[in-house]
Each structure stands twice: as structure tokens, then as C-alpha cells.
Design a protein around this ligand. Structure first.
Ligand code: G3D
Ligand code: MG
Length: 200
């Protein structure tokens, strides 16, 4: 599910191969951010330890059309004391991946508050947001529509260009599918920003 520009934008072929994209991976502690990052990097489950600061990884991802795209991921710790760092890591970002724990009903309101806080700051207006509904393998996980409702994603600014992706970081790669869906929008936004810069 999503909003804004069509997911079908097919402008990937116009992307120079040297280009890389900055993506900030955010979300509450324990949501599964680091597991998601390592699943993407190693294509397997890697046991994590709590992130004290951040993990930065440059990863080449092969998207559906066999095009390989380089993403520079910043997985930033989600504990309350580390959340002020999020703003620094989203400076000039091409996209935000916001990971939520689909079974953590009690902290969904807190996740919503943080999601709103980070997407509402002026520098992040128009930044594509991929909301990863993680831990969908667990029996008591909330459905996508329940998560969308609890996070009130419909009330996010229309320019936030959000998309919600179901995921199980232990078994599969929902993040890759989600990135594929956001990639066209990310490229289009970068081109638009470059054109605006030239006009100045
Ligand atoms: P964080 O980086 O957001 O703080 P982590 O979270 O990646 O460290 O993961 C927190 C815990 O959630 C870990 O538990 C991890 O294995 C688990 N986890 C991450 N993704 C999934 C998932 O999709 N499904 C399930 N069932 N668990 C997941 P442990 O006990 O391994 O430390
Ligand atoms: Mg972590």
C-alpha cells in the first residue's frame, strides 16, 4: 500500500551506474533495524547486539530489473537517548526506512510519535518513507491495515510519499521489495532537486 507518485515509474535505466543513495534506517529499539540491514547485506539471518550508536554499510542491491544499485545505509540506534541522532542522519538523505515491530502494540503510539517527528522536520519534507512492518512471521503480529491505522499514515504529509512493506527479517527480504517500490520515486526526487539547484 502507498500513496503519491506511482510505484510503476520506470526510469531506472536512466540512472548512472556510479550513483549511490543515502538511506537512513530508523525506528524504535528492538524493531529489527539491524537484522533488516544484515539480511540485506549477507542474505541470511545474523544475530545482532543492541546498537550503541549507528551501523553504516554500503550495499549493492540487485533490483527486479537486474539493475544493481548501491545504497549507503545508516542504521541508527533506536533507544530514546539515541533518537536525537536521527536528525543528523537524515540530513540530505534520499530516503527513510522506518522499521516497526508488528507485535509491539504497546509501543505503536510511541513509534507513531517518532515517525511523525522525523518526517515533519523541514529538511525531510518530500523524502520518500518506506515503513517496514517487521516480524510478520510472529503469530500475533498486526496486519498491515492495523499498523497503517495505528501509525495514522494517512495523516502523514502528502509529500512524505510513504509505502508500507510487510517483512520478516529472519526469513526473507521484504526490505529489498520495498526499496524496489521506492526506488523510482527516490530517483525522481533527486533529479528534481538537481534541477532546482541548477535554476538558482
Ligand atoms: P534493532 O536494531 O531495531 O534494535 P535488532 O533490533 O535488529 O537488534 O532485533 C531485535 C530482536 O528482534 C532480535 O532478537 C532479532 O532477532 C529480532 N528480530 C528482528 N527481525 C525479526 C523478524 O522479522 N522476526 C522475528 N521473529 N524476530 C525478529 P534476539 O532475541 O535475536 O536478540
Ligand atoms: Mg540495532
Amino acid at each position: 500500500m502507498g500513496n503519491g507518485l506511482s510505484d510503476q515509474i520506470s526510469i531506472l535505466s536512466s540512472l548512472p551506474s556510479f550513483q549511490s543513495f543515502h538511506i537512513a534506517i530508523l525506528g524504535l529499539d528492538w524493531a529489527g533495524k539491524t537484522t533488516v540491514l544484515y539480511r540485506l547485506q549477507f542474505d541470511e539471518f545474523v544475530k545482532t547486539v543492541p546498537t550503541k550508536g549507528f551501523n553504516a554499510e554500503k550495499i549493492k542491491v540487485t533490483l527486479g530489473n537486474s539493475k544493481t544499485v548501491t545504497f549507503h545505509f545508516w542504521d541508527v540506534g533506536g533507544q530514546e537517548k539515541l533518537r536525537p541522532l536521527w536528525k543528523l542522519h537524515t540530513r540530505c538523505t534520499d530516503g527513510i526506512v522506518f522499521v516497526v515491530d508488528s507485535v509491539d502494540v504497546e509501543r505503536m503510539e510511541e513509534a507513531k510519535t517518532e515517525l511523525y517527528k522525523i518526517t515533519k522536520i523541514s529538511e525531510n519534507q518530500g523524502v520518500p518513507v518506506l515503513i517496514v512492518a517487521n516480524k510478520q512471521d510472529l503469530r500475533n503480529s498486526l496486519s498491515l491495515s492495523e499498523i497503517e491505522k495505528l501509525l495514522a499514515v494517512g495523516e502523514l504529509s502528502s509529500s512524505a510519499l510513504w509505502h508500507v512493506q510487510p517483512n520478516c527479517a529472519i526469513k526473507g527480504d521484504g526490505l529489498k521489495e520495498g526499496l524496489e517500490k521506492r526506488h523510482g520515486v527516490i530517483i525522481q526526487r533527486r533529479k528534481m532537486l538537481q534541477q532546482q539547484k541548477k535554476k538558482r
